[in-house]
Ligand binder design. Structure first.
Ligand SMILES: Nc1ncnc2c1ncn2[C@@H]1O[C@H](COP(=O)(O)OP(=O)(O)OP(=O)(O)O)[C@@H](O)[C@H]1O
Ligand SMILES: [Mg+2]
Length: 374
């Protein structure tokens, strides 16, 4: 119940937005992160400074909280299993064991009979050669662990040197995937509560630029049958995992309407940021409700929305010209408090509340152009 303390492993923007919503509801929040100035620590009640794989620091956090949750899936499952001896951890170590290794995640999806891109192990040159025979070219090779925003991925082109691409991953265990010629990308963000209760948000349509999410619009215009299928897939995943909390399933939609699962995120998700402002209950409040064992909130959209990410490149000539965002009544600015705007780094986002999401997408690109110094 409110008044209790939530521990968060990882102090990025997801933890920050979760902490703001949790504190609004009267929870206390303590975060574990290597940096005392991380985005979450800036808005939390307390911070334990330490690495996410450091058991002593994590135990120190566990001893001062009532429940532990995550802002990133890149936390060792063994560490979570240790923390579970001290305090409830949601989602639990078994969820993370399945998710945080891409190969195990893919095997899990295969076992459930869920559709995904063809894949094969590709850590060694002979494995990659065999994978390319199976998958064809181009193919995408991804490290099994700790990839995000396209980091730890290389593409083997039609005539490219596969060995040279593989070498870029420096021997990290990897899997190769066929290149999917998708019509568009969508994601299903849902929450599963302690009792198994499920709440599903409007489906998001996502555009990536250079492997980083650029825009999301929701509700995604789509055929009712595709929506039902997408939701079924996501529910199957959440139930099979025994997940507790918010979860996102990223999918590719093909021209013929088929859906392939791209990957599973066992946490709040960038494509769900629009829920904070557009839906009755944000994904961050929903996650807190789920991990604290509260009844889940209403995921209903109050308006259509477009979210556009603010990437560090926008800062290359100093602070972006925020007045262009602030003067628009439908726009809400979110900045994550990161002090080093590196290229490719997610610094914030803008939410555009507009029932006409086609118009919202045009506005989003115009805004980004006006923010970008020439
Ligand atoms: N097999 C594929 N075929 C076509 N495009 C792909 C494929 N795999 C990845 N992509 C593109 O790259 C994007 C990022 O890939 P993926 O989701 O695997 O990476 P990630 O590093 O885990 O990113 P994040 O965690 O930020 O979602 C996808 O959303 C998609 O646009
Ligand atoms: Mg992804």
């Amino acid at each position: 119940m409110p008044g209790a303390t939530v521990g968060v492993l990882g102090g990025g923007q997801l933890g920050r937005m979760m902490a703001i919503e949790a504190r609004r509801m009267g929870y206390r929040v303590v975060v574990l992160d290597p940096s005392p100035r991380c985005p979450t620590a800036q808005v939390a009640d307390g911070v334990v400074v330490g690495a996410l794989d450091d058991l002593e620091s994590a135990r120190h956090l566990a001893q001062q909280v009532d429940v532990i949750t995550l802002d990133t899936e890149h936390v060792p499952a063994d560490l979570l299993a240790e923390l579970e001896k001290i305090v409830p951890v949601r989602p639990g170590s078994s969820v993370l064991r399945t998710i945080n290794d891409r190969q195990i995640q893919k095997q899990f999806l295969d076992r459930l009979g869920l559709p995904q891109a063809q894949w094969a192990p590709s850590t060694t040159q002979p494995e990659l050669d065999a994978a390319l025979v199976k998958l064809g070219r181009p193919a995408i090779v991804k490290v099994r662990r700790a990839g995000y925003d396209g980091k730890g991925q290389v593409r083997v082109e039609e005539t490219g040197d596969a060995g040279a691409e593989l070498a870029k991953l420096r021997g990290e265990p990897s899997v190769a995937e066929e290149l999917v010629r998708f019509k568009r990308e969508i994601s299903v963000v849902l929450a599963r509560g302690l009792t198994g209760e499920l709440k599903i948000y409007p489906i998001a349509e996502n555009v990536h630029r250079r492997h980083i999410l650029h825009t999301t619009r929701a509700p995604a215009p789509m055929k009712p049958a595709t929506k039902v299928r997408a939701e079924e897939i996501a529910i199957t995943v959440a139930e099979a995992l025994g997940h507790v909390g918010v979860m996102a399933v990223e999918m590719f939609e093909l021209v013929d309407g088929r859906l392939l699962v791209n990957e599973i995120a066992p946490r709040t998700h960038n494509s769900g940021h629009y829920t904070w402002g557009a839906c009755v209950t944000s994904q961050f409040e929903q996650h807190i409700r789920a991990v604290c064992g509260l009844p889940l909130g209403d995921p209903r959209p109050m308006t259509g929305a477009v979210m556009v990410n603010l990437i560090g490149d926008l800062w290359r000539a100093g602070q972006p010209a925020w007045e262009h965002v602030l003067e628009r009544p439908e726009a809400r600015l979110h900045l994550y408090g990161k002090d080093a705007p590196a290229p490719g780094r997610k610094m914030g986002h803008v939410l555009l509340l507009d029932d006409d999401t086609d118009r919202g997408l045009v506005t989003a690109d115009q805004l980004i152009a006006t923010l970008t110094p020439t």
